[in-house]
Design a protein around this ligand. Sequence first.
Ligand code: PAF
Length: 286
Amino acid sequence: MRLVTSPAEIQERALEYRARGLTVGLVPTMGWFHEGHLSLMRLAAKKADRVIVSLFVNPIQFGPNEDLDSYPYDLERDRRLAEETGVDILFAPEKQVMYPDGFSSSVTVSGLSSRLCGSSRPGHFDGVTTVVAKLFHLTVPHLAVFGEKDFQQLAVIRKMVDDLDFPVEILGHPIVREESGLAMSSRNTYLKSSEMPAALSLSEGIREAVKCVNGPGAESIDARQVKDLVRAIITAHRECEIDYVEVVDRSSLENCTEITENSLLVLAVKINNRIRLIDNSILKGS
Ligand code: PAF
């Protein structure tokens, strides 16, 4: 596996793959790899001839009081994990080469970006779409793989690709969970063991909601009842502060009142005002 830090070099190498008739799969990440990332890399390797993984803690997607400075980072550890997973190139640029002095462009997907996570993290998705657009230009991938845990990010990126005609196929990968049910996330590393029961209330809420809408009497259950049930499970932990608990349409992210095959339960919860966790699940039939 090759480590590349220069934008010019990654573009040259990616174009060279294409010139040789090879397909390129990109997995954009911010590092601190866990099984969730590794499964995105494996999917990319199954679908494309060459896999490029980007590792860049993108400063412009963090708000002023967020965890940019404490975001976990260990290039050597991630380099080893990517290599063991069969990645061809790990692209790990410095901030200064991605955003040199005078950088002044931004990609905005309006509408979709402003609700849910976008309303509590203003500007977050502009940071994501701007860096992903840059990564698409730098790595010219045929396909790119994103985790479904960040369901809104995936929807926003699909919309950007559609609106701006990027010739990239976007693949979502299902959430990978710990045995406990906790959705894997680099931010789980911030959790103290005393905070684990609170963190697990998200997946517990999802489990109970899925049970409820697929069980006896399910026809009469509406979105309001599902949200009340999940809120009660989460707020039983004093460490939890709910950012949102919503039932939305999986593609438009508009709120649903009725539960259908397309209804997605989406959650964002702050633990002890320090750690923001998100999770989601399709409700019917999952
Ligand atoms: O999901 C992430 O890790 C980031 O938001 C991404 C897509 C790599 C953009 O920085």
